[in-house]
Design a protein around this ligand. Structure first.
Ligand SMILES: Nc1ncnc2c1ncn2[C@@H]1O[C@H](COP(=O)(O)OP(=O)(O)OP(=O)(O)O)[C@@H](O)[C@H]1O
Length: 240
């Protein structure tokens, strides 16, 4: 191609004396090539966003709000072998199945990650992730710290890992007490493990402080993280 700094072979009319189409065509003729209307940058890859943090920090609340404000987001429904509790809906709260069905999924390598929790299996079905990523959706996974560690080993840098914390231990404990869902033993166990869990912070990419009464700011920050990830030059690419 000719050096465009040299005088053009085809005269280029001044934009103030000619129409845009005419100048456009003259620029193309001078360069000897056409300007493509194709996007310069392809659509960003769908993301897997793993959200974790101590019990009671606000994972469910943040995710619920995020789903309301952000489109094209799929929250993965976990599969479990535990019995359905009163009020729970199959396919919404969990995918309920028998232990044999769960073991068959393990055998067929259909789970991204699974764990035996208090005698019941819980796991993340791969098919659901594949299906929604193929539709261009970003995927949100909500896991405990143990689950996040396992996922980090499996997905490495192909997923975005976000750690949710409260502004202080005091705030976290008060939030758990106010929720009134825990027995005193469970409360003690959750509070005790929260201190230990903070040690895993360094395995994550981002930390979001979910301050008392500021759920909206936490969700906004999470949205900014997703937006920034979409603008990465070197996109994360998930293969599962
Ligand atoms: N920013 C906030 N300010 C005040 N209260 C909050 C905030 N975020 C969440 N909460 C409240 O704190 C309690 C715990 O939140 P949530 O159930 O979402 O936590 P979680 O991390 O999903 O807990 P778990 O891991 O035990 O399921 C709930 O009662 C929720 O309404």
């Amino acid at each position: 191609m000719d050096d465009p700094r040299r005088s053009p072979v085809v005269p280029i009319p001044k934009p103030d004396s000619a129409g845009r189409a005419e100048v456009f065509r003259a620029l193309e003729a001078s360069l000897g090539s056409t300007f493509s209307s194709q996007p310069i940058i392809p659509n960003p890859n769908p993301l897997i966003i793993v959200i974790s943090g101590p019990s009671g920090v606000g994972k469910d609340s943040v995710i619920k709000r995020l789903r309301e404000v952000r489109e094209d987001l799929h929250f993965v429904v976990t599969a479990t072998s535990r019995a359905k509790r009163h009020g729970e809906v199959d396919g919404k709260d969990y995918f309920f199945m028998s232990k044999d069905e769960f073991l068959s999924m393990i055998e067929k390598n259909e789970l991204l990650e699974y764990a035996l929790v208090y005698g019941d299996y819980k796991g993340i079905p791969k098919q659901q992730i594949r299906e929604y990523m193929a539709k261009g959706c970003d995927i949100v996974l909500r896991v405990d710290i143990q689950g996040a560690s396992t996922l980090k080993r499996i997905l490495r840098n192909s997923a975005v890992f976000v750690f949710l914390v409260a502004e202080s231990e005091e705030a976290l404990v008060k939030r758990l007490i106010d929720r009134k869902t825990e027995s005193t033993e469970a409360l003690l166990m959750r509070v005790a493990s929260a201190k230990e869990e903070l040690k895993h912070l360094k395995e994550f990419d981002y930390v979001v402080v979910n301050k008392e009464g500021e759920l909206e700011s936490s969700v906004r920050l999470l949205e900014s993280i997703i937006d920034a990830e979409k603008a990465r030059v070197h996109q994360r690419r998930v293969v599962i």
